[in-house]
Write a protein that binds this ligand. Structure first.
Ligand code: 1GP
Length: 235
């Protein structure tokens, strides 16, 4: 089994919690990579790189700078088919299952293949579910899709399970970068109970209590971007 996915599954089975720090190349100065990486929490296990509207050049420069300054696995979290760098270790091959826009369900994915085939990136099939975080987020704008309402727990669980039945290896519950309300712990626990595969949770986590609540509810990996980007290393 591929290396990074294997590591995530092994951690899940051992009950070891994972933390990914998300870097958006659009908001990140590659020259600050070393300083930034010195400040991230010691429990960080992965670096995610991506954003909704990143150019290939910004992505390349950012990934190169991060790679030069850390031994942590670098995982691409792309907003579209152009956001792929050979300098990373793995790629979350996302399908936006909460939406009904074919462009983000399959078109971007097809377009990415001719480039991916020339790389050695580990490809990780990932079900990506956008959940209402209390304000319109970049994914919503870029994809033209609506998030699932936090009240619709059954629909969220069914969507996650449809992802698993389609062969996705990870379920990513996303409240949106800078969300006002993170994904509720009750949703995380219902999804986790149903899917029994690794669950990633991100969007709007900016306090230790939110962080711990997500882990306790069953998140296997938490993704934090905005808080650290703003210099608030709250952990
Ligand atoms: C967004 O899940 C990530 O795609 C992280 O969200 O920037 O709000 O931490 P934040």
């Amino acid at each position: 089994m591929p290396h990074i996915l294997h590591g995530i599954i092994t951690a899940e089975k051992a009950g070891q919690k994972l933390l990914a720090v998300l870097i958006d190349p659009e908001k990140f100065d590659p020259a600050s990579a070393q300083k930034f990486l010195q400040k991230i929490p010691f429990l960080t296990t992965h670096i995610f790189i991506g954003g909704s509207t990143v150019t290939s050049e910004a992505l390349e420069n950012c990934t190169e700078a991060i790679k030069a300054n850390t031994g942590l696995p670098i995982v691409l979290f792309p907003g579209d088919h152009r956001q792929i760098s050979t300098k990373a270790d793995a790629l979350l091959f996302l399908s936006l299952l909460s939406g009904r826009n074919p462009d983000y369900l399959i078109e971007q994915q097809v377009r990415s293949v001719s480039f991916i085939r020339k790389t050695r990136l580990e490809i990780i099939p990932t079900a990506y579910l956008l959940i209402d975080g209390g304000k319109e987020c970049a994914v919503q704008r870029a994809s033209g899709t609506k998030p699932l309402r936090q009240e619709d727990v059954q629909l969220i669980v069914d969507t996650a399970l449809a992802g698993k039945y389609s062969g996705k290896q990870l379920i990513y519950l996303e409240a949106g970068s800078g969300a006002e309300i993170p994904v509720a712990p009750s949703i995380i626990s219902e999804v986790k109970r149903a899917v029994q595969i690794p669950v990633i949770v991100g969007g709007g986590i900016r306090s230790r209590s939110q962080f711990e609540a997500a882990y306790e509810a069953g998140a296997d990996m938490i993704v934090i971007g905005t808080a650290f980007e703003k210099g608030d290393f709250f952990l």
